[in-house]
Design a protein around this ligand. Structure first.
Ligand SMILES: [Zn+2]
Ligand SMILES: [Zn+2]
Length: 308
């Protein structure tokens, strides 16, 4: 197998693109495609102040690596969720990466907002699924830290597999309102809402992993213990089976959806956003779900302290 560009020994074959490449040419090919996605969807440019949400995993560290190596002004944000045997390791991956690249890393801690409680503890107290509580808290903290720090845009490492499995799930259940909103760019539509973008939406998980490996990124291989058995992982397996039979299916499915997203816009309900009475961040209600969660936790902690 020879590299299509230089003729040297190829190290990776991409059936979806009908191409085999050596390490050097793969890195160039991968970065070029991501930069094209950034331009196509007008995500940001070199004048913007970028905040990258990093978890210590391959996707988020790879997008941070790519942006730094291409001269973008990109600062990392790590959110400590307090998950035992997971958060400490993932945090040190981010800290080491930042040191190694001489990059700036901000660290936020969930415990600071919730009376010293971790994500699993909060979920147990309010009897909700860990992943839904975690998603709500992370989204809020990412947006707030981005605004407080004066960033123009928030970048996440969601890859093609993530997006396609979300799309598939939304279609299976015909969640037309979600379909109307699924896009690689979420524009700022409130003065306390930051623009959010996903530059890896056209790169598969395998392509990102290959990039991370070739770039020598020391990332966290362990998955979050709460993600085991998630429906999205089941969808990913199904879609990989499809990709195996018909290379390029995932990319065609997602690109076709973006190109035809107008179809779903009639289902879009315009959300009336207003400022939360407690924190001032956008919500459709009087008090935002983050502040309501904080108040519930505060009450529960107080009650259990009374009992002591
Ligand atoms: Zn080559
Ligand atoms: Zn609030």
């Amino acid at each position: 197998m020879k590299c299509k560009i230089c003729g040297n020994k190829a190290v990776i074959k991409l059936r979806a693109h009908n191409i085999a490449l050596c390490e050097k040419d793969y890195i160039a090919f991968f970065e070029k495609r991501v930069l094209k996605t950034i331009r196509k969807y007008r995500m940001f440019d070199k004048d913007h102040k970028i905040l990258v949400a990093v978890s210590g995993g391959k996707d988020s560290l790879s997008i941070w690596e790519l942006l730094l190596s291409r001269g973008f002004n990109a600062v990392g944000l790590y959110i400590d969720l307090g998950i035992e045997n997971y958060s400490e390791d993932s945090k040190s991956k981010c800290i080491n990466f930042a040191k190694d690249k001489n990059a700036e890393l901000e660290i936020a801690n969930v415990k600071e907002y919730f009376n010293g409680l971790s994500i699993p503890e909060i979920a147990r107290y309010v009897r909700r699924k860990t992943c839904s509580v975690c998603g709500l808290i992370k989204r809020y903290i990412m947006n707030r830290r981005a605004l407080e720090g004066g960033y123009d845009v928030l970048v996440t490492g969601h890859n093609l597999d993530d997006e396609v499995s979300t799309l598939f799930g939304n279609m299976i259940h015909w969640q037309v309102e979600y379909l109307a909103r699924q896009f690689p760019v979420l524009e700022k539509n409130h003065d306390k809402m930051v623009k959010k973008v996903k530059p890896f939406v056209t790169s598969t998980e395998r392509e990102v992993a290959a990039y991370a490996l070739m770039k020598g990124i020391d990332y966290m291989e362990k998955e979050c213990p709460f993600s085991i058995g998630a429906t999205s992982l089941f969808y990913k397996r199904l879609l990989n089976e499809l990709e195996e039979k018909q290379p390029g299916s995932k990319l065609r499915f997602l690109n076709g959806f973006y190109e035809n997203s107008g179809i779903f816009q009639t289902f879009r309900k315009e959300l009336k956003l207003r400022a939360c009475e407690r924190c001032g961040y956008p919500t459709t209600e009087t008090v935002c779900s983050f502040c309501r969660l904080r108040e519930r936790i505060g009450n529960i902690v107080e009650k259990s302290e009374d009992r002591l």
